[in-house]
Design a protein around this ligand. Structure first.
Ligand code: AP5
Ligand code: MG
Ligand code: ZN
Length: 217
């Protein structure tokens, strides 16, 4: 299955994509995670992306488009993938469609996780991440077994650099600007599926399962 996950910052894209990836055995491809890894490694993509990420602004289309095309060309994507946080602009969506068409492929669904604004801030401020395995937790809604430590590798959890208030405001503004035309783009193609993200994590997962024709109860 070839899926795209969209929704505002803190909606639960990463949380749900991780679960879908496990259930369907397809890679979870988060452009945000890839860019953060590139920044930590100090490579060329990382150098280009750093200032944008820290400010909460969108990285230029050509940088992310190249990154995603490279990633989708790897063998582990042959049976499908779930893209998380890409495309974010109509320009990126067009580039993705061109790449897919060129390879005789198409998207099965675009899952749009809708969450009211007041819930987003609470989710973002409570988020803790593991820089080593990429696991995401929430102090209240998805706590690790040992407080502030990763279930997977026991290392200490941290907050994302762009989860500071000014960067979050920028990210929300970027979303508000780009989301409507992007949703329209996929609605016209008949593959946009709206998901109610204002429910507990497991329930959102079940709703996604239903939309994809699976029973994940
Ligand atoms: P990215 O990393 O994609 O950040 P984002 O879009 O702001 O989304 P988040 O990762 O903050 O939220 P999420 O929806 O994944 O929520 P999560 O599951 O963690 O992008 C970061 C930056 O990279 C961008 O600002 C930009 O600079 C750059 N970038 C990335 N892609 C780009 C692109 N295509 N083009 C240009 N630039 C790009 O959940 C949040 C918290 O809530 C967690 O703590 C979780 O445990 C909790 N939670 C999740 N679901 C629930 C629930 N149902 N109930 C209660 N709590 C929940
Ligand atoms: Mg995420
Ligand atoms: Zn870890």
């Amino acid at each position: 299955m070839r899926l795209v996950m969209m929704g505002p910052p803190g909606a639960g894209k990463g949380t749900q994509a991780q679960e879908i990836s496990r259930r369907l055995d397809i890679p979870h491809i988060s452009t945000g995670d890839m860019l953060r890894v590139a920044i930590r490694s100090g490579n060329e993509v990382g150098r280009k992306a750093k200032e944008y990420l820290e400010a909460g602004r969108l990285v230029p289309d050509e940088v992310v488009i190249e990154l995603v095309k490279d990633r989708l060309s790897r063998r582990d994507c042959d049976e499908g993938f779930i893209l998380d946080g890409f495309p974010r602009t109509v320009n990126q969506a067009t580039a993705l469609d061109e790449w897919l068409e060129g390879n005789g492929l198409r998207l099965d669904a675009v899952l749009d996780i809708e969450v009211p604004r007041d819930l987003l801030l609470e989710r973002i401020t409570g988020r803790r991440v593991c820089l080593f395995c990429g696991n995401t937790y929430h102090t209240v809604y998805n706590p690790p077994r040992v407080p502030e430590h990763c279930d997977g590798c026991s290392r200490e959890l941290t907050q994302r650099l762009d989860d500071k208030e000014f960067a979050v405001r920028e990210r929300l503004a970027a979303y508000d600007k780009q989301a409507a035309p992007l949703k329209e783009y996929y609605r016209r193609r008949g593959i946009l599926r709206e998901i109610n993200g204002a429910q507990p994590i497991e329930q959102v997962g079940r709703e996604i399962g239903k939309v994809l024709g699976r029973d994940w109860s």
